[in-house]
Design a protein around this ligand. Structure first.
Ligand code: HEM
Length: 413
């Protein structure tokens, strides 16, 4: 890799002492990237941009928000009506959460389809699952802040789950609440933690990218980079491709912000929290629904929590459940179909999560939950042993260049 000599003397002076420009150049400009990445590889950078948008919009909201049970609801209404462009900030933040989850779910399923979790990217994947958990925690904390009916009751229902822990469950819940019910101290600490968590996520993303750069990106063929003929520099090829993806994302995102800003929301959260009036049904945000369905599909509270936790454990151990040497589902005739069964199962669970846990939706949820675990714990290990993969190309270049890998045009080094 060539070390750029900076034309600007100030940049040169700084870079000699702290090579921040050289580092950025190596990571974002001449960084050798597989030449065959498709659009599914856009979602990581899109997630990063959404994280920045969430932090920026959240910061300005925090300047006008009051974390006090008497004032929180009214302060959000004031943001919507009186603060200059407050409505825009709030809709960007609220819809941004939904788009962040859409982008990250696509990013995860991209990883599952193309075997991105396999060696040597196991730690990269595990960090990703931790990011997902941190995102869920942050979204839950944030949803409580407007102090609407669903904010209050979601906080109550979810924190109450801790009571199932033998002996210490009750004290833990009181410690979380900061008292004997969800009240002002709860709102205060939720606000403090909601402000903190995105920075924890930034730290995790930093490690995630460090692990990514250690072994470079995977690619749709799932074969390793064999030489410079397999790569192209990140800039301008993937900066341009990422900018196109960003344009599409922002168009969709802003369509919702400006035309359907409450599409992902619940009308009930426009009613101020009332501890003495329990809503008929308490529905979490859509991005929690598949996991909420798993939680409720077991009739026993503790069993439900174990299943809920287990849903993430199986994701964490996926690199060891799947023993297939072939990464990409393109060359895995059975896994390819089973992957889509999991996608259907997640949509099914998502639907069930929004229904009352009774009758046939409950039964469907139980079937969906059973499939989820059968998929990871039985089907994946079994298929990875039994399946005969299709022939995998020698290298990226041999698969995508006409002269079977001999051409080096556009290679990075
Ligand atoms: C804030 C959330 C996240 C950000 C900002 C982020 C960022 C990125 C970026 C920029 C890349 C490289 C580009 C790409 O491959 O799309 C990447 C790759 C990757 N991410 Fe994430 N990520 C996030 C969450 C996750 C989650 C939740 C998982 C899995 C549970 C995950 C798993 C992976 C894997 C396995 C790769 C390597 C893919 C490959 O090279 O084949 N990431 N991530």
């Amino acid at each position: 890799m060539t070390t750029p000599t900076w034309k600007n003397p100030v940049v040169n002076w700084i870079d000699y002492r702290l090579p921040i420009f050289t580092f950025t150049h190596h990571s974002l400009v001449d960084y050798p990237t597989p030449r065959n990445l498709n659009y599914w590889w856009n979602f990581g950078s899109l997630a990063g941009i959404l994280l920045v948008i969430m932090i920026a919009s959240g910061l300005f909201l925090a300047m006008n928000y009051q974390p006090n049970t008497d004032l929180a609801f009214a302060s959000v209404e004031r943001i919507m009506r009186d603060v200059n462009f407050g409505w825009l900030l709030r809709y960007i933040h609220a819809n941004g959460a939904s788009f962040f989850f859409i982008v990250v779910y696509v990013h995860i399923f991209r990883g599952l389809y193309f075997g991105s979790y396999k060696a040597p990217r196991e730690i990269l994947w595990i960090l990703g699952v931790f990011i997902l958990l941190a995102m869920m925690g942050t979204a839950f904390l944030g949803y409580v802040l407007p102090w609407g009916q669903l904010s209050f009751w979601a906080a109550k229902v979810i924190t109450n789950l801790f009571t199932v822990i033998p002996f210490v469950g009750e004290p833990i819940v009181q410690w979380l609440w900061g008292g004997f019910s969800v009240d002002n101290p709860t709102l205060n600490r939720f606000f403090a933690l909601h402000f903190l968590m995105p920075f924890v996520i930034i730290g995790l993303v930093f490690l995630h990218l460090w692990a990514l750069h250690q072994h470079k990106s995977g690619n749709p063929l799932g074969v390793d980079i064999k030489g410079p003929q397999d790569t192209i520099p990140f800039h301008p090829y993937y900066t341009a491709k990422d900018m196109f993806g960003l344009g599409v994302l922002l168009t969709l995102y802003m369509f919702f912000v400006f035309f359907y800003p409450n599409f992902f929301g619940e009308p009930l959260n426009y009613v101020q929290a009332n501890p003495s009036s329990t809503p008929a049904s308490i529905v979490p945000e859509w991005y929690f629904l598949p996991f909420f369905a798993i939680l409720r599909s077991i009739p026993d509270k503790l069993g439900g929590i174990i299943a809920f936790g287990g849903a993430f454990v199986v994701l964490l151990i996926m690199p060891w459940l799947d023993r297939s040497k072939v990464r990409s589902a393109t060359f895995r005739p059975i896994y390819k179909y089973v992957f889509w069964l999991l996608v259907i199962d997640m949509f099914l669970l998502g639907w069930v999560g929004g229904q009352k846990p009774e009758g046939w939706p409950l039964l469907l949820g139980q079937i969906g939950t059973a499939y989820y675990f059968i998929h990871f714990l039985l089907l994946i290990p079994w298929i990875s042993r039994k399946e005969t993969p299709l022939p995998v190309p020698e290298s990226i270049a041999s698969a995508v260049l006409p002269e079977s890998g001999t051409a080096t045009q556009g290679a990075s080094q």
